[in-house]
Write a protein of this length. Structure first.
Length: 207
């Protein structure tokens, strides 16, 4: 096999970057025609002040999945209020993939998301409230069970309660038993709520 001469910018099969890495240059590189350049820029912007604004602006128009993944990773590492607010905005997007990616990103920010969880769980949109319940699935926050119990005792939308009771069946403790009984009383004619609540009650009683 003939030997391939490496270029000066290659070492051990890894291409070294030649683009400038100052913050203004990295911001411009977010709009580069090369997905690789955009990925590097999204990663390296981590240490730039107010980078969340630029990353979120790019996220909303980025079509390359690998670049979006790096943008979301950087946003979760930054984890400032602007990043969290931008992720919440993504939950309202018509882009299903972006919504799901935002949910997964928010799951990685329990301390940052916790202060806005009450607002999400009381959003006027039932879809947003379901997304909030989905975020709770992996939020790893001590209030998760309390939030879910509040949903099943107060939320008027059966689908939101259905999502919450499913999660309580996995994460609940005996403290959820009474709210589950109340849920059955609130929706006596809904077969799924009756089934899911009974399933959760039986599991909690067996633990």
């Amino acid at each position: 096999m003939p030997l391939v001469k490496r270029t000066p910018n290659e070492r051990d099969g890894i291409c070294e970057r030649s683009d400038a890495r100052d913050c203004p240059s990295l911001t411009r590189q977010l709009d580069d025609g090369s997905a690789e350049a955009r990925r590097w820029a999204a990663r390296d912007l981590l240490n730039c002040p107010n980078c969340s604004t630029d990353l979120l602006a790019r996220l909303n128009e980025e079509g390359d999945g690998s670049v979006r993944e790096v943008i979301l990773t950087t946003l979760t590492r930054v984890g400032d209020a602007q990043a969290v607010a931008g992720l919440v905005t993504c939950l309202r997007s018509e882009d299903v993939a972006l919504r799901n990616e935002a949910i997964e990103a928010m799951k990685q920010l329990p301390d940052e998301v916790a202060p806005i969880m009450q607002d999400l769980l009381h959003d006027t949109s039932s879809d947003m409230r379901i997304f909030a319940v989905n975020i709770l699935e992996s939020l790893r926050h001590p209030q998760v069970e309390a939030w879910l119990c509040e949903v099943i005792t107060q939320d008027a939308h059966v689908n939101v309660c259905g999502a919450a009771v499913d999660l309580l069946s996995e994460l609940g403790s005996p403290a959820a038993l009474q709210p589950l009984v109340q849920l059955k009383r609130r929706f006596p004619d809904d077969p799924y709520i009756q089934f899911a609540a009974d399933l959760a009650i039986n599991r909690l009683n067996d633990d």
